[in-house]
Write a protein that binds this ligand. Structure first.
Ligand code: PRX
Length: 650
C-alpha cells in the first residue's frame, strides 16, 4: 500500500483523531463533557441559563411552548436585541472596547467603532429611520455591500422593532425586486457602489433597476460609499445616509420587544419555487446565536474575531453581527476579495489585527490551497486560536491543510453544520472537549437530538446513509415562512411526524457517534440502486493531488438510472489528459467503490458559481441532460456555462 492509499484508508475509517491540545483544554470556557448529559436531561434549564446571559426587561413565564411544529421560546419575555448587542456593554464599563473593526478593500481604508461609538451610530440611524416613517413591524430591506452601515443598520432596525430583510449585495436586480415585493417593504437601504477586486461596482444602478419593478418602496436611503458624481437621486424618495443621520440625536429609547416578535426575515432558495422567507424572532434567536458563538469559538474578552462571510447571508447575521456583539466581542468585517491586491490579503489582515478566531468556508480554504502555502507563510498567524468552517462539508484534505498551514497544527477546527433555517450552529464540536475527525461536524450541540432516518422514518444504524433530522426544538429555529405557513409545515415538518425537523441533508453517523453530513439530498445520486453522494465523490476527487476543485452531477443513464459525471479544475501546473482522466476515475473508484467511478471526467477552467461561491450543480445537471441552463443571472461567472455546454455536446 502506498502512503497515499494508507492515508486515504485511514481517513475513510475516520481513524485520524485530533484531540484538543492540553493547554487549550485547560483554558477553555467549557471543558467538561458533563455538559452534554446535563443539557440532555435538563434541556429547558440549560437554555434558560443561556438566556440569562442576556438582559431582559421582563423575564419569561415559560421557557418553551411546543405545539409541534410551532415553538415559542421564552414566552412573554421582553428584550431588545440592539440593547443587548451594544448598550449593555457600555453600561457594563466596556464603552471604550472595540466593537467593530472594518477593513475596506483599498489597503489604507479602515474604520473602528468602540461600543460607545456604535451605540451612538445605531441610535442616530434608528432616529433617522423613524423620521422617515419607519414604525415597529415595518420591514426594511437592505441591499448593501460589506460596509459598517450594514451592521449599524441591522441594529438600528432591531432598536426600533422594525424587522430587516437583507438581500445579498451580489444578487441581481430581479432577485432584489422579488424580495422587496414579497416582503412588501416600503423602505430600502442601499449604496452608490463598492469595491470588488479593485473595481467600483455600481450598486445604485442595480437598485434602481429593481425599483422599477416595485410599487411599494416609498423611501430609499443611499449610503455614499464611493462618492460617485453620476447618481441622480429622486426628489422625495431618496435620502443620502449622511444627511439623514448627521443631526440626529444620539438618544433613542430601545423598543421593548416580545421574545417572539420578528427580528428579521431572510430569504433563502428552496429546491423549487420562489425563495422562502425564513422568519427569525428575537429572544430565542439571540439566545441561540450568542450561546453557540461563545461556546463554539471559546470566546474570551480580548478576542479579535473574524467571520469572513457576507452579512447578506445567515452566517453574517448570526456570527458577524448578533452572536459576537451580544457577547461583547470585537467583530471584524472585510469589504473585499481575498486576492486584492494580493493573494495574501486574508493573512495580512489576520497579522495586522492579531485575529484570534477565524470563521470561513471550505470553498475559500480550497482556493487558498490552490494558491499555495507561500501566501500564508509570509505572515505571522500565531494569534489564531480556533478555526471555524461552515457552509458545506469540508473535505479532509482541506481540513488538514487549514489545521496545519493556517493553524500551525495547534488550533482546534470547528466544522459547524447549520442552515439559514436553524439560525444557529446545531452540529459542531466544542473546541475544549471534542476529539475531532477531519471532515466530520462531530456531534449535536449540547441538549440537541439529531438522528439519521430512512425514507420510512426508521432510525438507521451506524454508517448507514440517510436523512438528517433534528428531534427537539431549539431556541433560534425558524418560526415560519413569511406569508407561507403551510409551506413551513410541508417543507420541514411533514416528511415524518410533525415534531421531526427534516433538514434536507444526507448524512450518516459513524460507529463512534460522529455525524458526517454529505450535503443536500438533491445532490444524492442513485446509481444502479446504490445511493451515492456527489459530495463524497467530490471529496475523493479533491483528495487527488492534481485536483483543485471538483463537482459531480448525475447524468441520466438507461441502464443504471444515473451515472456520475465529474467536473474537475486542475491545480496550476497540471495538464489535462486522457491518462489523468482514467487515473482520477480509478482514484474515486478506489475510495468509494467501483460503483462510484465517474462515467466521465470533464476538465474545466471554472465551474458555474453563485456570488457566494457555491457551485451551481443544478446548471451542470441540466447541461448534462441536454437541457437549457435556465436562469444564470445569479451566477458570478455566467460565461462559463457556454463553454461547458460545448464541452458536453462534443
Ligand atoms: O447542506 C448543508 C450545508 O449548507 C446547507 C445550509 O445552507 P444555508 O442555509 O445557505 O446556510 C449556510 C450557512 C449556515 C445545509 O443544509 N452546510 C452548512 N454547513 C455545513 C454544511 N454541510 C456540511 N457541513 C457543514 N459544516
Amino acid at each position: 500500500m502506498t502512503e497515499e492509499e494508507s492515508h486515504i484508508e485511514s481517513r475513510m475509517e475516520g481513524k485520524d483523531i485530533y484531540s484538543p491540545p492540553e493547554e487549550f483544554k485547560e483554558q477553555a470556557n467549557v471543558n467538561d463533557p458533563e455538559i452534554y448529559k446535563y443539557a440532555e436531561e435538563n434541556y429547558e434549564e440549560f437554555w434558560a441559563d443561556l438566556a440569562e446571559r442576556l438582559d431582559w426587561y421582563e423575564k419569561w413565564d415559560e421557557v418553551l411552548k411546543w405545539d409541534p411544529p410551532h415553538a415559542e421560546w421564552f414566552v412573554n419575555g421582553k428584550l431588545n436585541a440592539a440593547y443587548n448587542c451594544v448598550d449593555r456593554h457600555v453600561e457594563n464599563g466596556k464603552g471604550d472596547k472595540k466593537a467593530l473593526i472594518w477593513e475596506g478593500e483599498p489597503m489604507d481604508e479602515t474604520k473602528e467603532y468602540t461600543f460607545s461609538e456604535l451605540k451612538d451610530e445605531v441610535s442616530k440611524f434608528a432616529n433617522g429611520l423613524k423620521e422617515l416613517g419607519v414604525k415597529k413591524g415595518d420591514i426594511v430591506t437592505f441591499y448593501l455591500p460589506m460596509i459598517p452601515e450594514l451592521a449599524i443598520g441591522l441594529l438600528a432596525c432591531a432598536r426600533i422593532g422594525a424587522p430587516h430583510s437583507v438581500v445579498f449585495g451580489g444578487f441581481s436586480p430581479s432577485a432584489l425586486k422579488e424580495r422587496i415585493n414579497d416582503a412588501e417593504s416600503k423602505f430600502l437601504v442601499t449604496a452608490d457602489g463598492y469595491y470588488r477586486r479593485g473595481k467600483v461596482i455600481n450598486m445604485w444602478e442595480n437598485a434602481e433597476e429593481a425599483l422599477e419593478g416595485t410599487s411599494n418602496v416609498e423611501k430609499v436611503i443611499a449610503v455614499e460609499r464611493i462618492g460617485r458624481d453620476d447618481v441622480e437621486y429622486e426628489e422625495g424618495r431618496d435620502v443620502v445616509y449622511e444627511d439623514l443621520v448627521k443631526d440626529q440625536s444620539k438618544e433613542c429609547e430601545p423598543e421593548k420587544m416580545d421574545a417572539e416578535d420578528m427580528l428579521f426575515l431572510m430569504y433563502t432558495s428552496g429546491t423549487t419555487g420562489k425563495p422562502k422567507g425564513v422568519v427569525h424572532t428575537t429572544g430565542g434567536y439571540l439566545t441561540g446565536t450568542s450561546a453557540t458563538h461563545n461556546y463554539v469559538f471559546d470566546i474570551k474578552d480580548d478576542d479579535i474575531y473574524w467571520c469572513t462571510a457576507d452579512i447578506g447571508w445567515i452566517t453574517g447575521h448570526s456570527y458577524i453581527v448578533y452572536g459576537p456583539l451580544a457577547n461583547g466581542t470585537t467583530t471584524l468585517m472585510y469589504e473585499g476579495a481575498p486576492d486584492t491586491p494580493t493573494k495574501d490579503r486574508f493573512w495580512q489582515i489576520i497579522e495586522k489585527y492579531d485575529v484570534t478566531k477565524l470563521y470561513t468556508a471550505p470553498t475559500a480554504i480550497r482556493l487558498f490551497m490552490k494558491w499555495g502555502r507561500e501566501y500564508p507563510d509570509k505572515h505571522d498567524l500565531s494569534s489564531l486560536k480556533v478555526l471555524g468552517s461552515v457552509g458545506e462539508p469540508i473535505n479532509p484534505k482541506a481540513w488538514k491543510w487549514y489545521h496545519e498551514v493556517i493553524g500551525g497544527g495547534e488550533c482546534p477546527i470547528v466544522d459547524t453544520w447549520w442552515q439559514t433555517e436553524t439560525g444557529m450552529m446545531l452540529i459542531t464540536p466544542l473546541p475544549g472537549i471534542t476529539d475531532l475527525k477531519p471532515g466530520s461536524a462531530t456531534h449535536p450541540f449540547p441538549g440537541l437530538k439529531a438522528d439519521i432516518y430512512d425514507a420510512a422514518g426508521n432510525s438507521l444504524e451506524a454508517n448507514q446513509g440517510g436523512y438528517l433530522v433534528i428531534k427537539r426544538p431549539w431556541p433560534s429555529m425558524l418560526r415560519t415562512l413569511y406569508k407561507e405557513p403551510e409551506r413551513y409545515v410541508e417543507t420541514y415538518w411533514s416528511e415524518y411526524e410533525n415534531d421531526i425537523y427534516f433538514a434536507g441533508d444526507g448524512a450518516r453517523i459513524d460507529e463512534d457517534g460522529y455525524f458526517w453530513v454529505v450535503g443536500r439530498i438533491d445532490d444524492v445520486l442513485n446509481v444502479a440502486g446504490h445511493r451515492l453522494s456527489t459530495m463524497e465523490m467530490e471529496s475523493a476527487l479533491v483528495d487527488h493531488e492534481a485536483v483543485a476543485e471538483a463537482a459531480v452531477v448525475g447524468k441520466p443513464d438507461e441502464v443504471k438510472g444515473q451515472v456520475p459525471i465529474a467536473y474537475v479544475i486542475l491545480e496550476s501546473g497540471r495538464e489535462a489528459s486522457d491518462e489523468l482522466a482514467s487515473e482520477l476515475r480509478a482514484h474515486v473508484g478506489n475510495i468509494i467503490g467501483p460503483i462510484g467511478k465517474p462515467a466521465a471526467v470533464r476538465f474545466t477552467r471554472d465551474l458555474p458559481k453563485t456570488r457566494s461561491g457555491k457551485i451551481m450543480r443544478r446548471i451542470l445537471k441540466k447541461l448534462e441532460k441536454g437541457e437549457s441552463a435556465g436562469d444564470t443571472s445569479t451566477l458570478r461567472n455566467p460565461d462559463i456555462v457556454e463553454e461547458i455546454r460545448e464541452m458536453v455536446e462534443e
